[in-house]
Design a protein around this ligand. Structure first.
Ligand code: DC
Length: 229
């Protein structure tokens, strides 16, 4: 085989706060693969539009803005990651909950999704790619060799998100976080284009009540079963 399709992809999709970051970073390290954080691309575009005072509902304008942004992901761990946009460090603002909500809002627009599609596929480089998102297995990399769909109860995801944010020094409260997660889930799962749902043949991993070590042990089994290790 030759061409980009010879490069293996593992997709990891699921709702917000489910632990995709943990799993995809671990997989990238374990296999020495590249990693795509597709949510960050939606977040960056949403933030760029916000900073330019653009209407978040104007899909054509957002789609026009997307190719103009020079985006660089630096570092591989959650602690040392930096998201550089047009030479500036946007990491802190990109990770805010309000940016996630804005990203979910612009992500319902077909023009926005189309504008980001090739940009996401360009991350497919040898020796392989771990793709983190909502529609990685269904739309962006339908030919992925292994598709994982992670899920967990909304309550547990809100608790985890709270811990994650406070570790990063971002202040948040549980009740609004829970409501925010519920609203974002509903929008991501029910949008007409590329809704959040398991791809055909996806391995569903429910992480409710599991520790990070237990989650990674399940993923390791999937790697073995699909011949990656
Ligand atoms: O994974 P995240 O929380 O960084 O994603 C932020 C939002 O971006 C999410 O609520 C919906 C949107 N998104 C998307 O529509 N498709 C993706 N592949 C990734 C994110």
């Amino acid at each position: 085989m030759s061409g980009p399709s010879a490069i293996p992809v593992i997709t990891v999709d699921g709702p917000s706060g489910v632990g995709k970051g943990l799993v995809t970073r671990w997989l990238a390290e374990r296999l020495g693969f590249h990693r795509l954080d597709s949510g960050a691309l939606y977040r960056i575009l949403a933030l760029a539009a916000h900073r330019r005072d653009l209407d978040p509902h104007d899909g054509a304008m957002l789609a026009g803005l997307a190719p103009a942004l020079e985006i660089r992901f630096v570092g591989t761990t959650e602690e040392d990651e930096a998201i550089m946009v047009d030479g500036e460090d946007w990491t802190h603002d990109v990770r805010k909950e309000s940016t996630g909500a804005l990203a979910s809002l612009i992500a319902v627009q077909p023009a926005v999704r189309a504008a980001l599609l090739q940009r996401q596929r360009d991350f497919r480089e040898a020796p392989g790619l771990i793709a983190d998102g909502r529609d990685m297995g269904t739309i962006v990399f339908p030919d992925a060799r292994l598709k994982i769909f992670m899920d967990a109860s909304a309550e547990e995801r809100a608790q985890r998100r709270l811990k994650q944010l406070s570790a990063k020094g971002i202040e948040a409260k549980l009740a609004p976080l829970r409501e925010e997660i519920r609203a974002r889930d509903e929008r991501d799962r029910n949008r007409p284009i590329a809704p959040l749902r398991p791809a055909l043949g996806a391995e569903v991993v429910d992480t409710t009540g599991l520790s990070p070590t237990q989650v990674l042990a399940r993923v390791e089994v999937l790697l073995q079963r699909s011949g990656f290790v």
